[in-house]
Write a protein that binds this ligand. Structure first.
Ligand code: ZN
Length: 150
């Protein structure tokens, strides 16, 4: 869920971010995105997709034309890029810790929308550190797998 809307930067909900992320992927893959492409990707009805796309259009994140499909505006592209970047980095981070792939995809889809910029930067730094220090990485993995002593 969105936090309090701030006066300076428009806040996007997790659902809106997911749409923008998918729209960007579909456009990169096919060169265009129509309502039925997005409905297929997100496995939801075309009617729900249409109403969300109209909302994103009103918010200035997408430009939607009924028969031509949709494109991301500059602002929409920025949000989509931020989410895609987070998706990549968080996936890499959890892979470093040898989390099972199935958990990684579920966790990343949630985390990418819900962490603050500061937390993200800390994870980014930690990720870099673990790449540079394989022994630290093994120690963390071993500690995470050790039975708890509570
Ligand atoms: Zn994602």
């Amino acid at each position: 869920m969105a936090k309090n809307a701030s006066a300076t930067s428009p806040r996007t909900t997790a659902a809106a971010e997911d749409y923008l992320e998918r729209i960007r992927e579909v456009i990169q893959r096919k060169g265009y995105a129509r309502v039925q492409d997005i409905a297929g990707e997100l496995k939801i009805s075309q009617a729900s997709v249409t109403s969300m796309i109209q909302r994103l259009d009103t918010e200035g994140l997408v430009k939607y034309e009924k028969y031509r499909g949709m494109v991301l505006t500059g602002a929409g592209e920025k949000v989509a890029q931020r989410i895609a970047h987070r998706h990549e980095l968080l996936t890499d981070f959890l892979r470093l810790l040898e989390i099972p792939e199935d958990d990684i995809s579920t966790d990343v889809e949630g985390m990418e929308h819900h962490i603050s910029a500061e937390t993200f930067r800390a994870i980014e730094a930690l990720s870099r550190y673990l790449h540079e220090h394989p022994e630290a990485r093994s120690a963390v993995i071993t500690a995470a797998r050790a039975p708890k002593l509570s």
